[in-house]
Ligand binder design. Structure first.
Ligand code: SAH
Length: 409
């Protein structure tokens, strides 16, 4: 027979013994889903990969350090033959067949009695695709279906989670692809979305039409007025039974005033949860090719807000002490005060030749990097007409990433 017609079925493996023969990369790829399903996973193999060994160490799987013997199937409900030896795999499948245990054969799907589909999940729906011997095709179809569900082009009438409350969702540095799956899910389940200027705005266009979108940029200005209004709105909507997403760029707790919103919700008795986001002081340099740490170069990275100039009465930063640090400094909201900050760092002891990279509009179409040193930073920012949002990275890691421009320091 050329084609089998598999019968799809969702197995409930909770606390049921599953035998995995082989401890290599195929096993390593399959085991997490078994663990996630709550299975009692037993691995039989003389050797396992370090990742599987880690799962053994944490008690998530049991490892029998030896070669397969048919007795290993005792008590098993399901088996996977994943070794790189076709003979062993055939032996496992034959023994499983005799015991009437369904068995996946990784090297030759048709030699087994069960196939592993390409799996994905979205908003409580599991998508499993069997591509009849073409794993790339099944993975491709799965990805298309998931994307359709996420983007709403496949109108799944899934049950939205309508528990009232507030979810703080970090949208990542700007590119919508860099937002977490949990964040997207929360967005799609929202009745009300309160969005910031720096949140990945393209995603807002995907929201169902009945979602109320509140644009913070349009709320009254002023340092505390705006935040008070946000607190008031999220609490009021949640108390009215709505599911509210507070949607920000990066991570809500990194210079995002997120915790003030948590406190406001708590004070009003509104349930509040948090979906972290990729924060720009780490993600933006990374996308621009600059690591915030590098062995032998920086054993620390310090993230500082530059929204107040050094010496400002409300500043909580000891810039002279920061100037004495030798690791990576990541400055945020610092474009305007950069010349004063650079001068304060040099006054505090940092070398004026320390390399600096300014990454503007990180992860967005206009992303660019301007290179300078602490001595030339102010001039470069003016010459290159740098505008926020920008991340300023100071330290030897910039030289590591740009050896064409800097000598290693
Ligand atoms: N909560 C956000 C930061 C908010 S403060 C986070 O976790 O990333 C705003 C500052 O973040 C900006 O002034 C800029 O310094 C930085 N920033 C955020 N997104 C950025 C981006 N895409 N490119 C460059 N800088 C960015």
């Amino acid at each position: 027979m050329d084609d089998y017609t598999p019968y799809p079925s969702g197995l409930i493996l909770t606390a049921r013994r599953v035998l995995v023969v082989g401890g290599g990369h195929v096993a390593q790829r399959r085991i997490p889903a078994l663990i996630a399903a709550g299975a009692d996973v037993h691995v039989v193999s003389p050797e396992v990969t370090p990742a599987i060994e880690g799962l053994v160490g944490s008690g998530e799987v049991t490892w029998h350090r030896r070669r397969f013997a048919p007795l290993d199937l005792d008590g098993a409900w399901y088996a996977l033959a994943t070794t790189d030896d076709p003979e062993v795999n055939a032996q496992v499948c034959a023994a499983a067949e005799a015991d009437r245990i369904f068995c996946v054969r990784a090297d030759d799907a048709r030699g087994g009695t069960a196939w592993t589909p390409a799996v994905g999940r979205h908003a409580g729906v599991t998508v499993a695709v069997l591509g009849n011997r073409d794993p790339r095709r099944s993975a491709g179809v799965r990805d298309e279906v998931l994307e359709g569900l996420r983007e709403g082009t496949i109108a799944a009438r899934h049950q939205r989670d309508h528990t009232p409350g507030v979810v703080l969702v970090g949208g990542g540095p700007g590119d919508p692809e860099l937002m977490s799956v949990a964040g997207r899910k929360a967005l799609m389940e929202a009745d009300v979305v309160v969005a910031d200027r720096l949140a990945p705005r393209e995603l807002l266009g995907e929201l169902p039409a009945d979602v109320e979108l509140i644009d913070v940029a349009k709320l009254p200005r002023g340092r505390s007025a705006q935040q008070e209004e946000i607190n008031r709105v999220i609490v009021e909507r949640a108390l009215a039974g709505k599911r509210v997403v507070r949607f920000k760029g990066g991570d809500n707790f990194v210079f995002g005033r997120g915790y003030e919103e948590v406190l406001a919700c708590r004070a009003a008795g509104v349930p509040v949860t948090v979906v972290p986001g990729l924060t720009s002081p780490v993600a933006v340099p990374a996308v621009a090719g600059i690591p915030v740490t590098h062995r032998g170069v920086a054993h620390e990275f310090t993230v500082i807000s530059g929204h107040l100039p050094p010496g400002h009465p409300e500043s909580l930063t000891n810039w002279a002490a920061v100037g004495g640090l030798s690791g990576t400094l990541v400055l945020m909201m610092a474009v305007q005060n950069a010349p004063a900050i650079a001068a304060a760092l040099v006054a505090g002891g940092r070398d004026a030749d320390t390399p600096v990279a300014v990454v503007c509009d990180g992860t967005m179409p206009g992303q660019r990097t301007v290179l300078a040193t602490l001595a030339t930073l102010g001039d470069e920012l003016a010459a290159q007409d740098v505008k926020p949002p920008a991340i300023i990275v100071v330290g030897g890691v910039v030289a590591v990433a740009h050896p064409e421009r800097f000598e290693r320091v």
